[in-house]
Design a protein around this ligand. Structure first.
Ligand SMILES: [Fe+2]
Length: 397
């Protein structure tokens, strides 16, 4: 394991100075690679890197030597949040931590509110499970420091990170994993994308499709996550594994190490699912998230290649799609009320047919087990009010 004292920082080329110990190139327009890591001893070395199109490099601060403090970069250091947090002491540190903690709390509330606005899923048990989870972070200074870096980079990144952490912990709980593991899942999920603090903003926030070159840089965030967390004290094996492998796939077509099958632990497999689920359902400035059930369908289409079949089914089951009492619209334009959940096939519950939208009339009330009617499929959940239907009547029957 790398020495815990390693302090990798991302430095823009214009801020690269004599004495800095360069370990790798983070962003460039050319194809230069650092053959050997080492200290910058002459200004010419920086000029040469610049000429070759190098834009951002990773510097090991702990191995850098500065003649005087004034040579240290002040404003152009990308992950300056870390030094800011480190330099704070006493009261101000407590205040900064409190602020961050409060923000995490309000993001947690926002997460559940958003879930509630989509198609009905059982959020109550999730809320209960999340109670105290975020609180447990208060004593995790290492994790909080990392979260502060994420926050400094990008608010959405912090939001996504927290969502993934909470969902992952909840998923672990539904699989009867113990409290200590749930906590590691929370923190592992929270920190899995920390490497993105090194990804240039124009790539991280690009609304359209990334070019091949940009995609290469984007994919590097996993390696950065691994390096940052490996050098951080208090990061467990589970947390490191989640961060390092969350873009690997079961079929070996993922990155960065093309791991496959048995090489992916169940924690990694869980993280793959949850990370993808949150990316699909989250609202971004340029796109609104898709409803949970649409996301589940996409996840299901990746079963066997990208995702673990058993875990996908367990995830969908633990999210509790279509709770009893939900009014659903079928592709055949009929409406039905869910009367019994299907534990094994959560998207195919038993419903009671009540209404035909095509003819705008009530239908003969009839029970249908959707797992046995291959020609009927749920399109989505709908509001009873939109159709002037009182569900009490049908549920009581
Ligand atoms: Fe990622």
């Amino acid at each position: 394991m790398t020495s815990p004292k390693t302090d990798i920082r991302t430095i823009e080329i214009d801020a690269l100075k004599k004495g800095m110990y360069v370990v790798s190139i983070t962003s460039q327009s050319g194809k230069t690679s650092v053959a050997q890591s080492g200290r910058i001893t002459q200004a010419e070395q920086v000029k040469l890197l610049k000429r070759k199109g190098v834009k951002v490099v990773s510097v090991d601060w702990s191995r850098s030597v500065f003649e005087d403090d004034s040579s240290q970069p002040k404003t152009t250091e990308i992950n300056s949040a870390s030094s800011k947090v480190k330099k704070l002491s006493g009261e101000s540190e407590k205040l900064a931590a409190k602020k961050l903690f409060n923000e995490a709390k309000s993001l947690q509330t926002k997460f559940f509110r958003q879930l509630q606005q989509g198609e009905p899923i059982d959020i109550e048990p999730m809320e209960r499970a999340a109670e105290g989870l975020i609180d447990s972070l208060e004593n995790q200074s290492g994790a909080m420091l990392c979260l502060a870096k994420i926050r400094a980079k990008d608010k959405y990144l912090m939001e996504h990170s927290l969502n993934v952490g909470m969902l992952l912990a909840y998923f672990g709980r539904s699989l009867d994993m113990n409290k200590a593991v749930q906590k590691q899942l929370l923190m592992g999920g929270m920190l899995h994308d920390i490497g993105k603090i090194n990804t240039p903003d124009e790539i991280l926030h690009k609304p359209g499709k990334l070019t091949d070159d940009e995609f290469v840089i984007m994919r590097e965030h996993v390696v950065h996550s691994h390096n940052i967390l490996k050098a951080q004290e208090g990061i467990s094996k589970i947390m490191l594994e989640i961060a390092s492998n969350h873009h690997e796939r079961l079929d070996g077509l993922g990155y960065p190490n093309k791991l496959k099958g048995e090489q992916l632990s169940s924690y990694t497999r869980m993280a793959n699912i949850v990370d993808c689920y949150d990316a699909l359902t989250a609202d971004r400035v340029y796109k609104s998230g898709m409803p949970p059930t649409a996301a589940f369908r996409i996840l299901l289409s990746g079963v066997g290649t990208q995702f673990d079949k058993v875990l996908i089914e367990k995830f969908i089951r633990c999210m509790g799609v279509y709770p009893v009492g939900t009014l659903v619209k079928l592709k055949s334009k009929k409406l039905g009320v869910v009367v019994e959940r299907n534990e094994l096939k959560p998207l195919q519950p038993i419903i009671k047919l009540v209404f035909n939208v095509a003819t705008n009339t009530h239908t003969e009330v009839k029970l249908i087990d959707l797992s046995k009617y291959s020609h009927e499929e749920i399109e989505g959940a709908v509001s009873p009010r939109d159709y002037g239907i009182s569900l009490d009547r049908f549920l009581a029957e």
